[in-house]
Each structure stands twice: as structure tokens, then as C-alpha cells.
Design a protein around this ligand. Structure first.
Ligand code: BGC
Length: 303
């Protein structure tokens, strides 16, 4: 049976009609911090529109999976916190499920994306995967022995919020020095605005890629800085999880080797200092679709 996957990210929401590992149709709209009830209503409306545009009824849909950019209690169907969307203790499952008349399962967005890569993409066939989603924030997922580890409170794999620099930059989660403040898309936006020339308004992360490809040393330096922070953090994660594979996904990872080269270099340098074996590092292969596919697939165990 077909399913619906919804990927609620830090700046956009994508809704898709999913059949196994394939998306048959999808729509995107903007997400705004601090507007949970209207966002849930938007999600219900978009799902209905997408399903009927495809000539289907809601009764032909097996269920809905929602991947949310924040800490979620998936047993309760409740968003606990969100560093970037600023939702606190929001029940998503009850209103969405009653608006659609379908079972809904809520999971973390990075868990959803990593699960899709594990089932259908670049992480297929690996037994232990630490997935890092470099987007507005840094998402993380831990897949060990065919399971996503969520932890007692849904905090397991919140890799963006381990302390990378004690006393460092303030984070949206309320703490300081979190890893995502050093190597996420938000950090890239900040470095672009600070260091690259303004054209139509301040430069953003989007301007870094073309400039770096053209050999601009300042833009290349931004990738170097972001990649180095990513690789250094991964070396610490390697000491905790010792995975077969680090999977790097999310919008920023679409810059490919511009990001992965300095990341790999710093990771292997740090592991080499201790003479430790390195895990494999690969880029995610499903792109933006991973969040939708994984939410739908994980949602198949809807409660
Ligand atoms: C949130 C995570 C989320 C990640 C990517 C982080 O700030 O804490 O829950 O997975 O951003 O959206």
C-alpha cells in the first residue's frame, strides 16, 4: 500500500506520496519557527491535496510518517524540543491523525533520512552506521543491527548538540559550543555573510559553492573550515561508536568533494594520531528525497 512521508526541516517542509523506495509525487512549502498549530494544519492540507491530485483517496494510503527536525518522543507522537523550529512539547500525532483519519508515526528527521539511505541508498548493507545530516542544523542517526537507536528520551543521535567547544558559540538548543554551530548550513551562512562580497543583500551558503568551484580562495577557506570541524567531530564520534560507515547527507553535503575532502582529511589525520582504524565515509545518495522516503518507511510501524 502507498504511504505518505513528510519531512519537516529547519526551513522547509516536503510532503511525498511514497511506494517503497520511490516517491510518486511530492510538494514543498516553507516552514517557520514557532508556529506549530498552523504548520500541522498546513501538513494535513498538503497531504489531502497531494493524494487527491494523484487520483487517490485517503483510504488508499497505508499511513503517514513524519520526520521532524527536533527531539521527538516517537512513542508518544510528541515533539519535545527543536533548536531551529522552536517547538516545545507539541503533540503532532493526535491532530494530524484525526485530520487525515490515518495512523501517524513521528520520528526525528535525521533518523528518517538515514533510514532511507540504509534501506534503499548509500548505507545499504552496512551493519553499523553513524549518519550525519548537514543542513540548517546537524542531524544525526545511529543505526546499529537493523535498528535506529532513539534512546530513552529520543536524544540518542542528537549529534549536532554534543559539546564541540566548551564555552563556545551559543546554540538554538539553549547550550553553548554545540557541534552544529561549527559545521552546519547556518554556520556556512554566517561565514558567507561575513567573508564574501554582498551582491543582492548579504552572501549566503548558496554563494559559497559556485565561488569555490571557480577557485575563489575565501570560499574554499569556508569549506575548509566547515569540513575540518566536521572531520574533527567525526573522530570523536568514531571513538564512541566505532561504526562501519559514516554517512554524510543533507543540503550542504550536496557540495560533494568541496565538503568531503577537508572532512575526510581531518578525520583521518586525527584517527592517525592515535593509530586508530578509520571507518568508511560516503555521501548520501538519495538527496532531498531521503527524509520523505525514510519517514514513510519508518512510519510503516505506525502506532
Ligand atoms: C536538531 C535535530 C535535527 C537537526 C537537523 C538539530 O538542530 O536538534 O533534532 O535532526 O537539527 O534538522
Amino acid at each position: 500500500m502507498m504511504r505518505v512521508g513528510i519531512d519537516v526541516g529547519g526551513t522547509k517542509i516536503a510532503v511525498g506520496l511514497v511506494d517503497g523506495g520511490n516517491i510518486l509525487a511530492k510538494e514543498r512549502f516553507a516552514s517557520y519557527p514557532g508556529a506549530p498549530q498552523s504548520t500541522i494544519a498546513d501538513m494535513a492540507r498538503e497531504v489531502k491535496a497531494l493524494v487527491s491530485a494523484h487520483g487517490l483517496g485517503l483510504d488508499q494510503i497505508g499511513g503517514v510518517g513524519v520526520g521532524f527536525a527536533g527531539t521527538v518522543d516517537s512513542d508518544a507522537g510528541v515533539v519535545r524540543t527543536s533548536a531551529n523550529l522552536r517547538w516545545t512539547d507539541v503533540d503532532v500525532r493526535t491532530p494530524l491523525s484525526s485530520a487525515l483519519g490515518l495512523p501517524v508515526r513521528l520520528v526525528n528527521d535525521a533518523d528518517a533520512a538515514a533510514w532511507a539511505e540504509y534501506r534503499f541508498g548509500a548505507a545499504r548493507g552496512y551493519d553499523s552506521v553513524v549518519a550525519i545530516t548537514v543542513g540548517t542544523g546537524i542531524g544525526g542517526a545511529l543505526i546499529f543491527g537493523d535498528r535506529v537507536l532513539e534512546g530513552r528520551h529520543g536524544l540518542a543521535g542528537e549529534l549536532g548538540h554534543f559539546t564541540y567547544e566548551p564555552g563556545g558559540l551559543p546554540c538554538g538548543c539553549g547550550r553553548v559550543g554545540c557541534w552544529e554551530q561549527y559545521c552546519s548550513g547556518s554556520r556556512m551562512n554566517a561565514l558567507a555573510a561575513e567573508r564574501l562580497p554582498a551582491t543582492n543583500g548579504l552572501a549566503t551558503a548558496r554563494d559559497v559553492d559556485p565561488l569555490a568551484l571557480a577557485g575563489d580562495p575565501v570560499a574554499l577557506g569556508i569549506f575548509e573550515e566547515i569540513g575540518t570541524a566536521l572531520g574533527a567531530g567525526m573522530a570523536s564520534l568514531g571513538m564512541i561508536f566505532d561504526p562501519d560507515l559514516f554517512l554524510i547527507g543533507g543540503g550542504v553535503s550536496e557540495s560533494g568533494e568541496l565538503l568531503l575532502e577537508p572532512t575526510r582529511r581531518e578525520y583521518t589525520r586525527q584517527m592517525g594520531l592515535g593509530g586508530f582504524p578509520c571507518a568508511k565515509i560516503v555521501a548520501a545518495s538519495l538527496g532531498n528525497d531521503a527524509g520523505i522516503i525514510g519517514a514513510a518507511d519508518l512510519g510503516a510501524t505506525a502506532r
